[in-house]
Design a protein around this ligand. Structure first.
Ligand code: ZN
Length: 270
């Protein structure tokens, strides 16, 4: 009897082992959750590098109002159209797309920096760009050209809308997040307090694919590896840098149904 039981159990184990590989895996491979990037050695202003020479802050950060800063050239009008926009610090491009709807072309760069003996993460956001000069997954250095100043497809006079996000889940979607210092920094204050930082330059792991918004905001800049929607993203292998310009012809008519963002309570000069 004991021997019979032994063979029964053995048979069950063997059949389980044999059967296991036959169950087809339906789920797609998981998206990468981390990528390598350089620790920031300090933060600079995104225009007139490094100190915003030749530019002024036309509009500041206001909690529950204007959630970033508007930067303009001192010569006025659209004389600053096409001016270079620079990465505020070393980091990884986690978003580089045409979002339309008041945002236009947007680049979001994720930064890791040392502060109070720990590694912290922030996102810098550059909105209304005329052209995007980086692609998702690209490593950038402080002061590197990432885009040019634009008008969000003619909606505004040319300026840069610049944000610093404490919360790295928001990206370009503000819905459901508090519009205050819980999730945002005042950009100028943030930069001025971190012009030079210790421990910069070394590489470390940074979280990616953190945005909670699941809808697609247009295609990533051509040739880029999408961090959010492409499970085969090669982000983890540090892709070589390239320069890609998003042509204006890629602009599509505004569609309020495709993307809703609470940014119109402050319409005058986003
Ligand atoms: Zn603005």
């Amino acid at each position: 009897m004991r021997r019979f039981l032994f063979w029964c159990v053995l048979g069950a184990v063997v059949s389980a082992l044999v059967a296991a590989p036959e169950t087809p895996k339906q789920t797609p491979p998981p998206k990468p959750q981390v990528a390598r990037t350089r620790v920031a050695d300090g933060f600079d202003f995104p225009v007139g590098k490094p100190d915003a020479d030749g530019y002024y802050k036309a509009r500041g950060f206001r909690p529950n109002g204007h959630l970033g800063e508007d930067w303009n050239g001192i010569k006025g009008g659209d004389t600053d159209l096409g001016d270079p926009i620079y990465s505020t610090a070393h980091g990884l491009v986690v978003f580089a797309r045409d979002v339309h709807l008041g945002w236009g072309n947007v680049v979001v760069i994720r930064h890791i920096y040392f502060e109070e003996r720990e590694l912290k993460t922030v996102d810098s956001l550059y909105g209304h760009l005329d052209a995007i000069k980086v692609r998702e997954g690209q490593q950038v250095l402080r002061g590197q050209l990432i885009g040019t100043m634009g008008t969000a497809h003619g909606i505004y006079p040319a300026h840069l809308h610049f944000e610093i996000h404490k919360n790295i889940q928001m990206g370009v979607s503000r819905t459901g997040y508090r519009h205050d210092f819980t999730n945002y920094y005042s950009p100028t204050d943030f930069i001025n307090g971190r012009r030079q930082l210790p421990g910069g330059g070394r590489t470390t792991l940074v979280a990616i694919n953190t945005f909670t918004e699941t809808r697609t905001f247009g295609a990533p800049t051509s040739g880029g590896a999408a961090l959010r929607n492409d499970p085969k993203s090669t982000t983890g292998s540090l892709p070589a840098s390239t320069t890609i310009t998003v042509p204006k012809s890629s602009a599509r008519p505004l569609k309020s149904s495709t993307f809703r963002v609470d940014r119109f309570g402050d319409l005058n000069s986003e």
